[in-house]
Design a protein around this ligand. Sequence first.
Ligand SMILES: C[S@@+](CC[C@H](N)C(=O)[O-])C[C@H]1O[C@@H](n2cnc3c(N)ncnc32)[C@H](O)[C@@H]1O
Length: 195
Amino acid sequence: MQIEGTFKAPPHYTKYVFNMKKHLTNLKLQGGFAYSPEQIQELEPWLLKGDSIRVLELGAGDSSVKLCEGLKSKYKNVKYVCYETSEQWAPKHDNIEVRLHTNEQLKAHAPAVQLGEDEIYDFILVDGPTGVIRWQWYALIKDHAAPGAIIHIDDYSHYAEFEQALRDNFPNFEELSRVERGEINPHTWLTVKVL
Ligand SMILES: C[S@@+](CC[C@H](N)C(=O)[O-])C[C@H]1O[C@@H](n2cnc3c(N)ncnc32)[C@H](O)[C@@H]1O
């Protein structure tokens, strides 16, 4: 499907996509509250090479299990941690560790939302909690991104705070993709690589 809006990809992207086995396509992602298929399949060429990946998802839902299964078909070892405010949306999957918290804990940077000192992630998805409050995550994750980590921000343009907090906490990144809302694609997203 054609993605409407602007799409900035490095020149080698097309060659990559053509040659590679695709593990993140056909995941039956729903769109709407969940990720759209386009935004997840676009990420695959940028994800870590090798047989292990450490994933941190902030805001879970229908996509979490599907994405985890897709990654498991690509990597031997997948560490997948989700932070979520709602029991209802917390994914139930043997391979996914769910950490429930409240908006108040996130606002206060309480222990419940603090990552362990030695936790490092290669792939970080920012998609919750609902509303502007998720900007608070960036200060909490800034010391937990591996060099070269991919950060994918869903609906990045809904609040200016999302991109501002990214820039405040990750001063050095390469922008990989910025997609604006289109008629076919109702999501916006921003994907960066931490330098
Ligand atoms: C945009 S949703 C996150 C969805 C998740 N990343 C996905 O793609 O399935 C943001 C927040 O809304 C809640 N949520 C998740 N799935 C939902 C749904 N289908 N309908 C309403 N709220 C949902 C969760 O609390 C989540 O943190």
